[in-house]
Design a protein around this ligand. Structure first.
Ligand code: PMT
Length: 403
């Protein structure tokens, strides 16, 4: 989504500018052309040279700077931008934008651009909560600006409050989401499951598996970046909820089934990357099981098979964690669960399957055709799987009523 995009990064006078350097760096590494526009106040905190070195591009500071390539036509940046991001955005700059004031390069760019605009506020908590600031933000939101943050925490004054610049990952996630709005999954609703379920034995113990949730979270992020509205039903994981994704946290297979049945009512596709426990203890002990006996037997009962139970008019994709006869076992599961596609991973390899950032999978379709993929990052695997989902989606506009 970010590669080759023209992104204008507006930087204003806040101590949080150091985070903008990181945002510029990450975007540049991902292949975006990042044009930084700095206000005068921003230059009190960090010099244009820093951004120039990071982006390898000139930094716009003055509208009438005779040596700047932008000075000839002060709306050049506005015209070629795919996206404008203002991070950090001070209360003063937000007020100026809400009033349509264009007395510097950033104001001109924002007023002249037709590109979507993201604003990441950073300021003192009282300034943020001030009614004037809130009215300015509301006004800009009405005009279609997207706001990210601010976050709660320690502010420059040393006080704790709402006003911290959003985390870098949150800003980057919002950038990807906004850029992806016109992607091939726009107006589609995609339901994804991730992580392992936990089946309680007693108040402190459970039966689970080694799923980290990485594969499912990667699918959720990839679908979001392609414009989908994404619901992620997640077992317990150590991962951050992806920005712009509706996350429903569950613990057990039964809870996961209930959440998916509900979410799938509106779905265009369901992708089940979760490792669901096939069995659960027949009854969880009310108090901690004591080690009184040499052996302990716990009766297990079958959990619902979610993929087999959740029916509906949507594309259905399962994953298969296999340690032997990968293709044959995957084909049996595809048929048994009536799936459109199954993505099989060999979980015996150390660089594939559970816990790691990479996966080596093969995709089997209803016709039994097998497509083997090389070792890829889980995000790349997610995109390859979504490419196949897109092919299977009906050409009609999807279930989402609005973007
Ligand atoms: O989370 P990571 O650490 O990134 O690891 C990723 C992964 C290895 C967990 C993932 O790529 C994967 O293979 N997920 C499916 C694991 C699994 O449960 O496979 P299975 O062969 O047992 O189940 C087949 C399919 O049926 C799966 O889509 C599963 O979600 C679904 N299922 C299974 C059991 C059940 N009771 N209900 C289900 O719907």
């Amino acid at each position: 989504m970010v590669r080759d995009k023209n992104i204008v990064l507006g930087v204003t006078g806040s101590i949080a500018v150091y985070k903008a350097v990181e945002v510029a760096s990450k975007l540049t590494q991902e292949g975006a052309k990042v044009d930084v526009v700095m206000t005068k106040a921003a230059q009190e905190f960090v010099t244009p040279l820093t951004f120039r070195a990071i982006t390898n591009r000139p930094v716009a500071t003055e509208m009438f700077d005779p040596v700047s390539e932008f000075s000839i036509e002060h709306v050049t940046l506005a015209a070629r931008a795919d996206l404008v991001v203002i991070a950090p955005a001070t209360a003063n700059v937000i007020a100026k934008l809400a009033g349509g004031i264009a007395d510097d390069m950033l104001g001109c760019t924002v007023l002249a651009t037709k590109a979507p605009i993201i604003v990441a506020p950073a300021m003192d908590a009282n300034m943020y909560q001030n009614q004037i600031t809130q009215q300015n933000i509301a006004r800009l939101k009405e005009r279609g600006f997207t706001f990210v943050g601010p976050g709660y925490g320690r502010l420059a004054t040393g006080e704790i409050g709402l006003g911290r610049l959003a985390d870098i990952e949150e800003i980057l996630g919002t950038i990807r989401q906004v850029l992806g709005r016109r992607g091939d999954l726009a107006k589609r609703r995609i339901v994804v499951s991730a992580g392992g379920t936990q089946e309680p034995m007693d108040p402190v113990r459970h039966i689970s598996n080694r799923s980290s949730g990485k594969m499912g979270y990667a699918i959720a992020e990839a679908a979001r970046d392609r414009g989908a509205s994404v619901v992620l039903v997640s077992g317990p994981t150590a991962l951050h909820p992806p920005v712009g994704v509706e996350v429903i946290q569950v613990q057990t297979a039964v809870q996961m089934r209930d959440a998916i049945v509900d979410a799938a009512k509106q779905a265009d596709a369901l992708l089940m990357a979760a490792a669901v426990s096939d069995y659960r203890p027949a009854a969880a002990a009310k108090s901690k099981i004591k080690k009184e006996r040499e052996t302990l037997s716990i009766e297990l009962v079958r959990n619902p098979d979610i993929l087999s139970e959740v029916r509906g008019d949507f594309v259905r994709v399962g994953f298969a964690a296999e340690s032997e006869n990968v293709v044959e076992n995957a084909k049996v599961k595809l048929k048994g669960k009536n799936l459109d596609l199954i993505v099989a991973n060999d979980i015996t390899a150390t660089d594939s399957g559970f816990g790691v950032d990479t996966n080596r999978v093969l995709i089997v379709d209803r016709q039994g055709k097998v497509k083997r993929l090389p070792l890829l990052s889980k995000l790349e695997v997610a995109h390859k799987v979504l490419d196949r989902v897109v092919e299977l989606l009906p050409k009609s506009r999807g279930r989402m009523k609005k973007t």
